[in-house]
Structures are given as structure tokens and as C-alpha cells.
Design a protein around this ligand. Structure first.
Ligand SMILES: NC(=O)c1ccc[n+]([C@@H]2O[C@H](COP(=O)([O-])OP(=O)(O)OC[C@H]3O[C@@H](n4cnc5c(N)ncnc54)[C@H](OP(=O)(O)O)[C@@H]3O)[C@@H](O)[C@H]2O)c1
Length: 309
């Protein structure tokens, strides 16, 4: 059903409801899985500098023979490139690796700056802690990203892993409202207040880890399994359908052709089943599947009621 479904962005353009995730896809797997996904019909591809596969994804897009204008390609500014003098350089490097002359969406990956250390994306102190860059604030990084829009090589800019608190701060200085906030979203971590805030401010949300990521506890949840049986579909298709029915785009990742095919189909859930899935967090203690604050000063996820549900 979702193969042709899209959501409208505040830029006036659209984003396909089901995208294709590529985190943890090793370069060869990324090439093969993206090519498979494109053949199946996916046109929305999500990558990032941090995933170390932009080059192979660019090659897969090119080798698919599908015209560029049919795609919606997202990549992200990594934390070591937050300094205003590095934003445009990082952006151009991503474009070159992807062999594209424009991006559909460029996101700030995290609201958190690390010091620049060349190819080292995780600069660490001897004690193992990330070396943060306290000289730059994410509002300054974002202002530099806004200039990329003027340059015409990106259609939309957005953020990722932004809490309500950080969005409020950003909106005080932003000239361009972020088109998208990409965050972890699934029934164990629905972030209802964050979604409400984004909806109220015309910021579309993309849900990452919609299946609950690797070795997902959600896929083994009996309620999810029972609902899947009722519709004669798989647990993955139920989780994807729930995400889309909330108005969020979803970007499931797989390197397995049969799953790539399976994940490109959603169904319409009856309200009763949608509600059951939405209430899973109340009975299940497991919430955030990707807990990652990068030792960062800026609050990302945690004990803030504003970001809780
Ligand atoms: N912005 C951010 O900070 C951020 C953070 C995390 C993720 N993301 C994005 O969101 C994407 C999705 O998140 P994710 O990769 O964490 O998790 P996910 O898509 O929720 O789950 C991926 C895992 O589920 C397995 N899988 C996929 N389809 C399946 C199916 N139909 N049945 C059973 N298992 C299935 C995959 O295995 P196989 O691959 O072995 O098939 C993989 O282990 C990422 O790839 C990335 O593009 C963004």
C-alpha cells in the first residue's frame, strides 16, 4: 500500500512514507541492498557520513538507471563537522561521494559538536570520553546549513535526534524551520510529546529504528505477533504500518532481499489495533533502544518530561 504514499514537507515537496535505512550496512551490503531496494520500488534512501557507505549508495543509485528526480536522498552532517567553516566542506564531500548534484534533505545528525579530527569521526580522550567542541553551538551550525539552501544544492534541511528542548532553542534563531526531525520512534519509544510538538510546528518526523533495530524485542512482542496474524502480515509490516499511520515516514533497514521486499508494504490498521500498539510502552519497560548521549552537554534524550510521553 505505501509504495506510492508520501507526506508533505513544509517546503512544499514530499517525502516517501517508506524509506530505506542503511546504518550498519557494510559498503558491499549497502550497494547490493540499495540496488535491490530500488528495483523493488523504494525511492527514499537514508544514509549519513557516519555510516561509511555514501560512496556505494551513490554507485547503486547511478547503476539503477532510475532518473535522479525520482529519488528522495537524505544524508547527514556528522558531529565533527559542526564548526561553521566545515559545514559546506562536509556537505560537498557527501554530494561527491553520492555522485549527486543536489540532495533532497540534509540533516544535522545530532545536536552535539565533536572536535574536528580529519577522518576520525569519534575523537576520544584517553579516558574514552568523546572530545566535545565547546566553541560551537548547534544554532550556529544550523545557520550555516541554511546557507546551503541559498546555494541551491539542497532542497530541504532538517535535524535528527532533536528533543523538544533543543527544537525550542533552535526555533528562536532559525530562519528556515527544519523540514524534518529524524528520531528513534517505535511503540516502545513513541515520543508522543515530541511528535505533537513537531506536528504543531509543521516539522515532519521520520522514525528511525522503526522495527526496534537489531535483535529487536518488539518483533518478539506477543501483541505485535498477534496483530500480525490477524492481518496475515508480518510483525515488521505491522510496525511499519503503525509508524505511517501516526503520520511519520519510516526508514527500515535490511540487507536481506526478502525482508527488503516485505518492508515495502504497509496495511491500514483498525483503530483498536493501532491503539494497542500505541499503548505497548505502558506495559513494557524497554524504551530507548539506541541510548546515546555522546557525553554531550546538550540534552538529547533522558529524564526530561517534555520529551517523555
Ligand atoms: N538519525 C539517527 O541517529 C539514526 C539512528 C539509527 C538509525 N537511523 C536510520 O534508521 C534506519 C533504520 O534503523 P535501524 O537500522 O536501527 O533499525 P530497524 O530498521 O528498526 O531494524 C533493522 C534490523 O532489523 C532487521 N530486519 C529488517 N527487516 C526485517 C524483517 N522484515 N523481519 C525481521 N527482521 C528484519 C535487520 O536485519 P538484516 O539487515 O540482517 O535483514 C536489522 O537487523 C537506519 O538504517 C538508519 O538509516 C538513524
Amino acid at each position: 500500500m505505501a509504495s506510492g504514499r508520501v507526506f508533505k514537507l513544509n517546503t512544499g515537496s514530499t517525502i516517501p512514507a517508506i524509506g530505506f535505512g542503511t546504518w550498519q550496512s557494510q559498503p558491499d551490503d549497502a550497494y547490493n541492498s540499495v540496488l535491490t531496494a530500488i528495483k523493488i520500488g523504494y525511492r527514499h534512501i537514508d544514509t549519513a557520513v557516519y555510516y561509511n557507505n555514501e560512496k556505494e549508495i551513490g554507485r547503486a543509485i547511478k547503476d539503477s538507471g532510475i532518473p535522479r528526480k525520482e529519488f528522495f536522498i537524505t544524508t547527514k552532517l556528522w558531529n565533527t563537522f559542526h564548526r561553521p567553516d566545515l559545514v559546506s566542506k562536509a556537505f560537498e564531500e557527501s554530494l561527491a561521494k553520492l555522485q549527486l548534484d543536489y540532495l533532497d534533505l540534509y540533516e544535522m545528525h545530532w545536536p552535539c559538536a565533536f572536535i574536528y579530527d580529519g577522518d576520525n569521526l569519534l575523537p576520544r580522550h584517553e579516558n574514552g570520553k568523546i572530545i566535545l567542541d565547546h566553541t560551537v553551538d548547534f544554532t550556529e551550525t544550523y545557520a550555516e546549513m541554511e546557507k546551503l539552501i541559498e546555494g541551491g544544492k539542497v532542497r530541504a534541511i532538517g535535524v535528527s535526534n532533536f528533543s523538544v528542548r533543543n527544537l525550542k532553542k533552535l526555533l528562536k534563531t532559525a530562519k528556515i524551520i527544519p523540514a524534518v526531525n529524524q528520531c528513534e520512534l517505535h511503540p516502545y519509544f513513541p515520543q508522543n510529546k515530541l511528535l505533537d510538538f513537531c506536528t504543531a510546528h509543521n516539522i515532519h518526523m521520520t522514525g528511525y529504528s522503526p522495527l526496534g533495530s537489531s535483535d529487536s524485542p518488539l518483533m518478539k512482542n506477543n501483541i505485535v505477533i498477534d496483530i500480525a496474524k490477524k492481518y496475515n502480515v508480518t510483525p515488521a509490516q505491522i510496525l511499519i504500518s503503525w509508524g505511517i499511520q501516526r503520520g511519520t515516514s519510516v526508514i527500515p533497514k535490511s540487507i536481506t532481499p526478502s525482508r527488503i521486499q516485505e518492508n515495502f508494504k504497509d496495511i491500514a490498521l483498525e483503530q483498536v489495533d493501532f491503539d494497542k500498539l500505541s499503548s505497548l510502552r505502558t506495559t513494557n519497560p524497554q524504551r530507548l533502544i539506541i541510548p546515546n548521549n555522546w557525553d554531550c552537554d546538550e540534552f538529547i534524550y533522558g529524564e526530561d518530561n517534555e520529551d517523555d510521553n
